[in-house]
Design a binder for this molecule. Structure first.
Ligand code: HEM
Length: 91
């Protein structure tokens, strides 16, 4: 389970905590307020790894909504997200 910095709220993940997971060793992303651990998915994503790695440790909502300019991810991709969910972004 994630190491959060909000006592009593195991779902809460701060931006500070999110920012610690900014590499291929541990890659967390916030997308529209939900935090995902996508570390294990990086080799399976259909792009060079660098495309995914650029967004580790950050709010990746913008990238999620625009995998290419004006092109959101598919509903198939959307359906994959739940399995990576680890919590909720808080300030
Ligand atoms: C965070 C979890 C992510 C998941 C689960 C995911 C999943 C997928 C999947 C399943 C596809 C195949 C096409 C589709 O279904 O839309 C795809 C394509 C793609 N994704 Fe992601 N993706 C993620 C994050 C990102 C990020 C952060 C970027 C950064 C821009 C990105 C950029 C792309 C690109 C460029 C393609 C291929 C081109 C295309 O399909 O138009 N993805 N992704």
């Amino acid at each position: 389970s994630p190491d959060t910095t909000v006592p009593g709220d195991p779902e809460a993940i701060t931006r500070e905590e999110l920012a610690r997971h900014d590499s291929a060793e541990s890659c967390w992303k916030a997308i529209h307020g939900t935090v995902y651990d996508v570390t294990g998915f990086i080799p399976d994503h259909p792009t060079p790894a660098a495309v995914m790695l650029d967004w580790c440790g950050r709010d990746a909502s913008e990238a999620w909504d625009n995998k290419r300019p004006g092109r959101p991810h598919s509903s198939f991709a959307e359906g994959m997200l739940e399995r990576f969910r680890i919590g909720r972004l808080v300030d």
